[in-house]
Design a protein around this ligand. Sequence first.
Ligand code: 5GP
Ligand code: MG
Length: 171
Amino acid sequence: MEVLIPAERIQTRVAELASEIARDYAGTPVTVVGILTGCLVFTADLIRHINLPLRVAFVTASSYRGMVTLPGKLEIRDELLPDITGRHILLLDDILDTGKTLTRVVAHLIDKGAASVKVGVLLRKMGRQEVPFEPDYVGFTIPDKFVVGYGLDFNDEYRHLPYVGVLPSAG
Ligand code: 5GP
Ligand code: MG
């Protein structure tokens, strides 16, 4: 597999993002909300660098786009989410692609009474955004290729890889 971002570079960058986040939220209790399942590794690594009062919660967002060309229908599930009324949310996802998922989840969290929602993504894919959306924290900007590893899957495989890679037959 072609390694796009080696494990060490990810670790360095995640620690940098965490310092930035810790600076921005100093004095403000934060609830980190990860979008499962892709957020898993990013969230686990990032929160361990944030030395602040912090809660962690998760939502699920699944888009059913079996074929890349079909418009995705997004389902948000929040049974695991505690009451977030008045809370400051840092929403985390693995990758910003078209922007549809994050736009919808941010709206959902505001709807649930969040006081504020900031967004952090490990990856941002170039030239793919369909809805205007500016994340507050971005790990890496990557070319328009299908990537796996560090939480990102293909058919639910490869999430455990410590690096981000491009599948040989994809992208
Ligand atoms: P968006 O709603 O921004 O189009 O899609 C974001 C979601 O699409 C991500 O959370 C991820 O699940 C999936 N996705 C987008 N691009 C990639 C990619 O290159 N690799 C993988 N594994 N998933 C991707
Ligand atoms: Mg995802």
